[in-house]
Design a protein around this ligand. Structure first.
Ligand SMILES: NC(=O)C1=CN([C@@H]2O[C@H](COP(=O)(O)OP(=O)(O)OC[C@H]3O[C@@H](n4cnc5c(N)ncnc54)[C@H](OP(=O)(O)O)[C@@H]3O)[C@@H](O)[C@H]2O)C=CC1
Ligand SMILES: N[C@@H](CC=O)C(=O)O
Length: 381
């Protein structure tokens, strides 16, 4: 039997998406073997700790350990609990030691193996490690939008080796949005307009409210289905859509920051994260908004219209906000967590290229991340 090409990776963030990714890695073992590759997980981190294989050159987490990590994190336990059962196979690093250890692994495996740092956290703190990992020859795979929507300087560093970064799941979850845009742009076909509905949560929320359900109930359902950000206010404020818009705009060459995008929020400032906890927002804040949003949706429906949270990128302009659209328009017909994106370019001028499908959920997002990891490995022998 031919030797399998080994692809080492470190996973940062082990929540809904990260755990699904680990489960998919385990369940795809024989599929990957048929493709001639083997994914070697050598480290996993969460917000407080990092577990690392005892020798990152020769060892990896076996499938029992990966399943145990998923079980522990699904129970909201600390990764440090692993030491009790798997002490010989892994080491745990906490707080201040964590960053140094990640950079040590990056310098050991970056240039020689193209070690992939896979960011499935929702944190803005990972950008510092990721930019340094780029300098150490590592590959970067992102579901987390925050690193690419940080400063222009961080963005430039992250994409400075374009063949070593993939971030398909940051926009449209598993949908091939970034790959399609890269193909169009690299063929010299200029993209002059993108219009889309890019939030699985807001799409789901709007279509459920259209069916008469209260906002407060459908936001909770969206959270339990894995569509929302850890704090659903990131979705309801429009910030998550703005981040996706910024990622697309920067890909098109616009040198703008998040504060250049005007963002329309579905909740008032006094329900913001600095004032209310997520739990209070869900239990006491949101119900106060039920009538208002229900009324807006009903009014639109009297005109044969629906409300959609729309992103438009055109010329040097990038906007996100609520629009009232005909029920039978491409965006108006969207249901559930589906996203739709229309791309207009020289080749797609009269009829846009349209990409549509599930735009949120742990499964589709983790699938996008896994496909990115496999895609990037062609660089390495
Ligand atoms: N769900 C979806 O449909 C989609 C999600 N995404 C993106 O995927 C990412 C993950 O989402 P999801 O799994 O739902 O989020 P979760 O909140 O379920 O998980 C986030 C994980 O990140 C960990 N974490 C927090 N800070 C850090 C840090 N500094 N370093 C390493 N890990 C950290 C958390 O640790 P702890 O367990 O200790 O809290 C947690 O394990 C988000 O960025 C989201 O925007 C993208 C497309 C679609
Ligand atoms: N919270 C996001 C998840 C994907 O990016 C959404 O609802 O679209």
């Amino acid at each position: 039997m031919a030797t399998l090409k080994k692809i080492p990776l470190v996973l940062m963030g082990c929540g809904g998406v990260g755990r699904q990714l680990l489960q998919n890695i385990v369940s795809c073992r024989s599929l990957h073997a048929n493709l001639g590759v083997h994914l070697r997980v050598v480290g996993v981190s969460d917000s407080k700790s990092l577990v690392v294989a005892s020798d990152v050159f020769t060892k990896e987490f076996n499938d029992n350990l990966l399943s145990e990590i998923c079980r522990l994190k699904a129970d909201h336990s600390s990764l440090s609990m692993l030491i009790s059962g798997f002490g010989g196979e892994c080491q745990v690093f906490l707080d201040s030691d964590l960053r140094g250890k990640l950079l040590e692994i990056a310098s050991l495996l970056g240039i020689s193996t193209g070690l992939a740092f896979v960011d499935c956290s929702a944190s803005s703190e990972t950008v510092e490690i990721l930019t340094q990992a780029v300098d150490l020859g590592c590959c970067i795979v992102l579901a987390n939008k925050k690193p690419l929507t940080s400063t222009m300087e961080d963005y430039d560093k992250l994409v400075s080796r374009p063949r070593r970064i993939r971030y398909e799941s940051t926009v449209g979850a598993g949908l091939p949005v970034i790959a399609s845009l890269n193909r169009i742009l690299s063929s010299g076909d200029p993209v002059h307009r993108i219009v889309g509905s890019l939030s699985g949560t807001l799409g789901y929320v709007m279509s459920e409210v259209e069916d008469g359900k209260p906002l407060s109930q459908v936001v909770k359902a969206a959270k339990s289905l894995g569509y929302t950000e850890p704090d659903p206010r990131d979705d309801l404020s429009g910030m998550d859509v703005a981040r996706k818009a910024l990622i697309l705009a920067r890909l098109l060459g616009m040198r703008i920051n998040i504060d250049s995008i005007k963002i329309e929020s579905l909740y008032p400032e006094e329900m913001g994260p600095n004032i209310m906890s997520v739990e209070d927002f869900l239990s006491t804040g949101l119900p106060l908004l039920d009538n208002d949003i229900g009324e807006r949706v009903r009014k639109a429906s009297l005109n044969g219209n629906v409300l959609r949270y729309v992103c438009v990128i055109e010329g040097s302009r990038c906007t996100v906000g609520i629009q009232e659209l005909p029920k039978n328009s491409p965006l108006g017909r969207l249901r559930g967590s589906d996203n739709v994106l229309e791309i207009y370019s020289r080749c797609y001028s009269e009829q846009p290229l349209v990409i549509q499908g599930a735009g949120a959920g742990n499964d589709t997002t983790a699938a996008g991340v896994l496909a990115d990891i496999l895609d990037i490995q062609d660089l390495f022998p």
